[in-house]
Design a binder for this molecule. Structure first.
Ligand code: SF4
Length: 505
């Protein structure tokens, strides 16, 4: 059975976690401030809770501190001054507002495992959608679970494999055979070593960095390379799909490929929306990929063939998600790029709110159209995706209210048709405006979406142009939410059976 550990309440797909780790060969140096800096840079991947585990060479094992709240709140100056260790890992977690069970302290990562035989701390980004069978086996072995999460199942699995061995690479290698899903994980041992592993299809990003000074050598592991910049480090490279990395404060980096797949399934949404534009993922600049998406949209836009339209049109991004693509569109089309929507940056988490009325109010609170630049103009409004369509409809009506001549929506990703089972908080296909419309209206579904959101015209990115913008092939990316074809067989069965149930309703 698929464990839904979220309440689906959003109008944007939401990444659920970030991981960050650091080792330092200078045992007189504490890495707690670096953990803070790295986690702050990764705050966009999870805002519900923050946690860190630290190890001090020569000390008494691992110390873990975790709490609900943003990094700046949980790891305040006073707390940071109390956290000491030359090795550490950290985690940011996203959980949907309203889900009390899954917001409890037990669900916050890192997950600190300790019994008479062993101790380690563990955190991951991703999801193991079907883990009942592994949990059942662990139950049969007498393991006691305190949560109902894939995180604890993974930790218990690792602990049971690690019984009687200190070869952590072998432990993770064996664990990977049981884990079907998406995971970029980091593990801190009670010898002060960090191990990291990326799943064989590479759904979630993970990279390694370093900082070498006269006094000390530091190695980092992070969900995104922007965290390396934040700590003054240099990106070495991405962890390859199916690779285990060992970072030691005493030695160096050791890596081992455990499974080399012919195909990979890196989440396309990292490039479209989740990742920070200043990150480089699997060798590709996220900012460049988004710029290319805007260029492709402009090349395919039939409205740009009309000289009268071009004379009066402006390109307006939905802040911040549509910005990079808007720059590309404006560059290719020759139209002026205009910041026509003022964003109130003090309103937090606009799109992650329960209930439609609250979301509508939040959009108004967060975005205000600028009449002086919009009135009388043909607006080309650019965003990364349309999920439920409610936020897009609201933004369009705000723009119309200040006198736009027309509002033409351009979306840098193809229509989102299917749910994600790989660790992204996503509405079900029934709630996705494109998923619902394609079932009801067949091939005319884009026109139906246009009517529902109230746009004068609507253009989505073509799949082949998305691939070309990112610079990867269908065999390298997960495109399941766009195509309904899931890269894991078990997930495909799950999606097919859920769809069959819906069709029979
Ligand atoms: S289904 Fe979509 S959001 Fe989920 S991992 Fe695949 S590409 Fe990413």
């Amino acid at each position: 059975m698929f464990k839904k550990n979220k309440i689906k309440t959003i109008d944007k797909p939401v990444e659920q976690c970030a991981v960050f780790g650091v080792t330092c060969d200078d045992i007189g140096y504490s890495v707690s401030k670096l953990l803070y800096d790295g986690l702050i840079a990764l705050q966009h991947r999870g805002q519900e809770s923050t946690g860190v585990s630290l190890y001090h060479t020569g000390g008494n094992g691992i110390f873990t501190y975790k709490k609900k709240g943003l990094v700046s709140k949980v790891l305040n100056k006073k707390k940071l001054s109390q956290l000491w260790g030359n090795v550490g890992i950290g985690h940011n977690r996203y959980a949907t507002t309203g889900s009390t069970e899954f917001s409890s302290h037990h669900y916050i990562q890192p997950f600190h495992f300790k019994n008479n035989d062993m101790e380690f701390s563990f955190a991951f980004n991703g999801t193991i959608p079907v883990y009942d069978n592994i949990k059942q086996k662990m139950d049969d072995m007498g393991r006691i679970f305190i949560t109902n999460t894939d995180t604890e199942v993974m930790a218990q699995l690792i602990a049971s494999i690690a019984q009687g061995t200190e070869d952590w690479v072998e432990v993770l290698k064996v664990a990977s055979h049981f884990l079907e899903g998406s995971y970029s994980l980091i593990l801190l041992t009670n010898e002060g070593d960090i191990y990291a592993m990326r799943d064989p299809l590479g759904f979630k990003p993970l990279c390694i960095g370093e900082l070498k000074t006269e006094k000390r050598n530091l190695y980092f592991i992070a969900s995104e390379s922007c965290a390396m910049d934040a700590v003054g480090g240099t990106l070495i490279r991405d962890v390859k799909p199916g690779e285990i990395v060992h970072l030691s404060h005493q030695k160096d980096i050791h890596t081992e490929m455990i499974i080399k797949s012919k195909t990979t399934a890196r989440c396309q949404f990292e490039y479209v929306y989740f990742a920070r534009p200043d990150s480089i993922i699997d060798g590709i600049s996220v900012a460049n990929a988004r710029l290319n998406m805007g260029i492709h949209l402009a090349r395919n836009d039939p409205l740009l063939k009309d000289p009268e339209f071009k004379k009066n049109a402006i390109v307006v991004p939905v802040p911040d998600s549509g910005r990079s693509a808007s720059v590309g569109y404006a560059k290719e089309s020759g139209l002026p790029y205009v910041e026509g929507l003022m964003k109130n940056r003090y309103v937090w988490r606009t799109f992650i709110m329960p209930g439609q009325l609250k979301r509508d109010a939040a959009v108004k609170e967060k975005l205000n159209p600028i009449r002086s630049v919009i009135e009388g103009r043909d607006v080309v409004l650019i965003d990364d995706s349309i999920v439920r369509g409610t936020t897009t409809r609201q933004i369009i009506s705000l723009i119309r209210a200040v006198g736009a001549k027309s509002v033409n929506v351009r979306i840098s990703c193809p229509p989102v048709l299917s749910a994600c089972y790989m660790g992204i908080d996503f509405p079900t296909s029934d709630e996705l405006i494109a998923g619902k419309s394609i079932r009801l209206f067949g091939e005319n579904y884009v026109e139906e979406i246009r009517k529902q959101i109230g746009a004068d015209s609507l253009l989505y990115q073509r799949l082949e142009d998305l691939l070309s913008s990112i610079g990867m092939t269908e065999n390298q990316l997960c495109l399941a939410c766009l195509t309904g074809r899931y890269p894991l067989e078990r997930i495909q069965h799950l999606a097919d059976s859920e769809n069959a149930i819906k069709m029979n309703r």
